[in-house]
Design a protein around this ligand. Sequence first.
Ligand code: ADP
Ligand code: MG
Length: 244
Amino acid sequence: MDYAIKIENLTKQFMGLKALDDLSLEFPSGQTTGLIGPNGSGKTTLMNVLTGMLVPENGMIEINERRFRKIKPNTLRRLKIARTFQDGRLIEQLSVEDNLLLPVAENRYWHSLFEQHIERYRERLENVLQTVRLADYRYKNAEGLSYGQRKLLEIGRALMQNADIYFFDEPLTGLFPETVQDIVNILRELKQKGKTLIVIEHNMNLIEQLCDYTVVLDSGRLLAKGIPAEVLADEKVREAYLGK
Ligand code: ADP
Ligand code: MG
């Protein structure tokens, strides 16, 4: 199998607590991986390490066959990695449109002010506004959106980056079924385009529906990995959830 990301012996501690404990695993290229595990098992920490928000104490990260000790912001851009945040990172006083443009505004091409670049982002902006169903709300400030719309806008921000690898931290939590379906469709479309997706999600039915592969963490360690149906039927995986 082809891997987009491979980690070896990753350790990340918070004042003695090992959020990631000598963790080794891999995310298959062009597939959707469900990253699951009980609360506090290290899922978000792993995402933070892989997107350069946290620096691990130990271990190796391999992305597209290049090896790193830590990920820097420009590495993310070069490797075309985008993410969403569990708690959302919208700028409340900015419009939907500006929230979408912000992630690409950090891209140096934006500053070059060549017309074709601006045009390229305009077109992408229109597409993303349609995809996340926020075209009618483009001039509205983020603070005025519903919870579901906020989650969609958060996803739109990742889509604007036109990445190869996407991390989604609980994109479906707390949503009405209709919005869940909208977002599942967006993720499926990314998958069809051959993108690599890593999705943190608690709903096992959705994991089975959406994912080709599953990784289960428990106390910062690997509990199981493999095909969702098999992993979810695993006795120790069931115990890790029910035991909580
Ligand atoms: P998950 O996303 O699986 O629920 P997290 O990765 O958020 O888990 O957390 C893993 C562990 O690390 C938890 O015990 C959590 O309390 C701890 N942790 C996470 N981030 C921090 C932080 N910034 N400072 C201190 N402890 C943290
Ligand atoms: Mg989390």
